[in-house]
Design a protein around this ligand. Structure first.
Ligand code: GMT
Length: 384
């Protein structure tokens, strides 16, 4: 198949999922064309089946807000025609699904039919998508998609609850490349970070409010009073300056390290003992899955799709949003040397359920199903 993938070229979950999916499809022999405004961070290699098309937005003084979605739609039209794509797969509803709809209509007016699939990732539904500034466009674009997928059962239910969606939504969970995300022997890292055998806690995210990283600091503050430990905070985003200050104010400077954005995140995950995800919303929790693949158990909230990944009492524990004391209690239980090896082994075993080799065929067969319906000129399926 010749597939166009549209995504945000960021370190954030949806961009990572889209890029890794494209790479896996290319490895499986499909031709994959990425269409986005800059090169996705994980697309830094050569593969004969991978193409990258940059969306250029002309800078004109009249534009207070450059019309990215128009430039994107035009680029989709150009790539579909030049590369003779079979389908477009857009990740994140806003504005990718509406741009795909426009591209589809332009191409239709030129006698070219192109189906598009929209994958919902989370905040496009649970946060920004339902804002009245976007809601009508999001609802319309989801309903106008030839296929719709969501990354968890929870996100599918949220979408039906919050939007008047008529399309059946296929749940295809996020996945992990276990060849890349695996525990590596990095004893020297561990020794440098925890010279006295301290336990190592880790959190990775894009440092937005929804991640509640102040709860990470609060958990750590209480935990390290009873258990010698260190904390790594990986990633960057708007909350970081405030969190650095909070960490100083709490007197944690020598025990907490802010590492910024890291490409080889699996190297630090390899030396961690526990991952903390106290998010307020999370449609899936890809960062937790990456940790689990590196044999790191999880303490998290019980929101959204997290319970579909982190299994209560098996790979870690789930708490109510903001219940710092429960998280501390759970962390102490997991970090007990009598329990830790079992939780680590369970985390890896659960991560294997999301191995890319299991999930990729689900996308491939969904693509085929959508292509068949589109070629037959049947109306796309409607939710019963
Ligand atoms: O919240 C993030 O970390 C970024 C965000 C995004 O849109 O890229 O992540 C969303 O998509 C990820 C991949 O499907 C999911 O693993 C995250 O849970 C989801 N984030 C939220 O729902 C808040």
């Amino acid at each position: 198949m010749k597939i166009g993938i549209v995504c945000y070229p960021t370190f954030g979950g949806s961009g990572v999922v889209a890029t890794e999916l494209g790479k896996a499809l290319a490895k499986a022999g499909h031709q994959v064309h990425f269409i986005t405004y800059s090169q996705p961070p994980r697309l830094d290699f050569f593969n004969e089946n991978v193409f990258y098309h940059e969306v250029h937005i002309p800078n004109y003084p009249l534009f207070q807000y450059p019309p990215y979605e128009l430039a994107l739609a035009s680029k989709m039209v150009e790539v579909v025609k030049n590369a003779q794509l079979d389908l477009l797969h857009v990740h994140y509803a806003i504005p990718h699904a509406s741009s795909a709809y426009m591209a589809k209509q332009i191409l239709h007016s030129q006698g070219i039919e192109i189906p598009f699939i929209t994958t919902l990732h989370g905040t496009d539904i649970t946060l920004v998508g339902k804002d009245p500034s976007f809601e009508p466009v999001v609802t319309f674009s989801i309903n106008a998609s030839d296929g719709v997928t969501a990354v968890s059962e929870s996100l599918r239910s949220d979408t039906y609850a919050q939007f008047d969606v008529k399309r059946p939504i296929e749940v295809i969970p996020n996945f992990i490349d276990l060849e890349r995300f695996k525990k590596q022997k990095k004893d020297h890292f561990k020794l440098a970070l925890c010279p006295n055998g301290e336990k190592l806690l880790i959190h990775t995210s894009n440092f937005r409010k929804v991640k509640r990283i102040d709860d990470v600091l609060k958990v750590f503050y209480k935990l390290r009073k009873v258990l010698p430990s260190k904390l790594l905070l990986v990633g960057d985003g708007p909350e970081r300056p405030g969190l650095e200050k909070l960490s100083r104010d709490m007197g944690l400077t020598s025990e907490v390290r802010f590492l910024g954005k890291l490409d080889a995140i699996e190297e630090v995950l390899s030396v961690a003992d526990l991952f903390i995800m106290p998010s307020e919303k999370e449609s899936f929790g890809l960062a937790a899955l990456e940790a689990m693949a590196c044999e790191v158990p999880i303490i998290s909230t019980n929101v959204g799709g997290i319970p579909e990944v982190n299994v209560q009492g098996v790979t870690g524990f789930l708490s109510e949003i903001g219940d710092v004391d429960d998280m501390v209690k759970n962390a102490l239980y997991i970090l007990d040397d009598a329990h830790l090896p079992t939780f680590k082994a369970n985390a890896l075993e659960r991560a294997q359920d999301f191995d890319i080799t299991r999930i990729l065929p689900r996308y491939e067969s969904y693509y085929e199903q959508i292509l068949q319906v589109s070629a037959s000129n049947e109306a796309p399926a409607v939710r019963l």
